[in-house]
Design a protein around this ligand. Structure first.
Ligand code: PGA
Length: 264
C-alpha cells in the first residue's frame, strides 16, 4: 500500500516568537512552488512543525489563514489533562493552540529527562484518548548498538506502547513512529539508507497487524537536503523527523521537495 510521505521539523528549544512567524512567511512562499508539482501527484506530502510550546498559539493563528497546509505539533505533553504539574504542557491546551501531533519519547526526553518506556507509554495513550496524534520516537544509543542490543531496545520501545488499551484507541487516532538512532542525532553521522530501511522493516513487523501497513515510519537523525532523497526512496521510510536542517526555510523546503520526488 502507498502511504503519503510526512515531513516534520523538530525545532527543539530554538526560535522565538518573531523568528517563528518569519520562518512561516518564508516557508509558505517557498512551498507554493512545491504545491504546483504536488497537484500532479495523488497523495499529498504532509508537513508539520514542532516549535517551542509557547509559540504554538501565534503560529496556529497565522496558519489558520494560510493557503499551504502546515500542521503543528507539540514537543512534549503530560499524560494528565490538568493538575499540579508545574512547568508541564497539557494536551487540551496544545489542541486549543492548534496542535495536531505530539512527540513522545524523543531521545532528548528519554536521556536528558530520564523518561522511560512506562512514562512514554502513558503519554502515548493519553494522546490517543485526547485528540493528539502521537509521534513515537525510538532509537538505540551508540553503546547499545556496539553491544549488539539494537533490536531488543527498539522492540521494547515499540511494544511498550501497543497495549490492548491503545489498540482499542487506534481507530480514533493515527500513530506515527520515528526511528532515530541516538548516535545519528545532531552528529552528521547516519546509517546508510539501506541500514535504516532494514530497521524500518523490523519496526513495521512489530506493529500490530491491523495497523502495520498504514502506520508511517519516519527516519530522523542528521537528515539533510543532500541525503534526504536516498532515505525517502526506501520502501518503509515514509518521511522524516528533521532537527537541525528544519531551522532554515530553504533547507527544509529542499527536504520537503525530496519527499515529493521520492514518491513520483
Ligand atoms: P537532527 O535531529 O536532524 O538535528 O539530527 C533530529 C531529531 O532530534 O529529531
Amino acid at each position: 500500500m502507498k502511504r503519503g510521505k510526512f515531513i516534520a521539523g523538530n525545532w527543539k528549544m530554538n526560535k522565538g516568537a518573531a523568528e517563528s512567524l518569519a520562518f512561516l512567511v518564508k516557508l509558505i512562499s517557498l512551498l507554493e512552488k512545491v504545491k504546483e508539482i504536488e497537484s500532479r501527484v495523488p497523495d499529498p506530502v504532509n508537513v508539520a512543525l514542532f516549535p517551542q510550546a509557547i509559540n504554538l498559539l501565534s503560529m496556529g493563528e497565522y496558519l489558520r489563514n494560510s493557503k499551504i497546509n502546515i500542521k503543528l505539533g507539540i514537543q512534549n505533553i503530560h499524560w494528565q489533562l490538568s493538575g499540579a504539574f508545574t512547568g508541564e504542557n497539557s494536551i487540551k491546551s496544545a489542541v486549543e493552540a492548534g496542535s495536531s501531533f505530539a512527540l513522545v519519547g524523543h531521545s532528548e526526553r528519554r536521556h536528558l529527562f530520564q523518561e522511560g518506556n512506562d512514562i512514554i507509554s502513558k503519554k502515548f495513550t493519553s494522546c490517543l484518548e485526547n485528540g493528539l496524534k502521537p509521534v513515537l520516537c525510538v532509537g538505540e544509543t551508540e553503546h547499545q548498538k556496539n553491544q549488539g542490543s539494537t533490536e531488543k531496545v527498539i522492540e521494547d520501545q515499540v511494544r511498550s506502547v501497543f497495549s490492548t488499551e491503545t489498540m482499542a484507541l487506534l481507530d480514533i487516532g493515527r500513530v506515527y513512529i520515528a526511528y532515530e538512532p541516538v548516535w545519528a542525532i545532531g552528529t552528521g553521522v547516519t546509517p546508510t539508507p539501506e541500514q535504516a530501511q532494514d530497521m524500518h522493516a523490523f519496526i513495521r513487523s512489530l506493529i500490530p497487524e491491523s495497523r502495520r501497513d498504514t502506520t508511517r515510519i519516519l527516519y530522523g537523525g542528521s537528515l539533510s537536503a543532500e541525503n534526504a532523497l536516498e532515505f525517502f526512496r526506501q520502501p518503509d521510510i515514509d518521511g522524516g523527523l528533521v532537527g537541525g536542517a528544519s531551522l532554515k526555510p530553504a533547507v527544509f523546503r529542499e527536504i520537503v521537495l525530496a519527499a515529493v520526488q521520492a514518491r513520483s
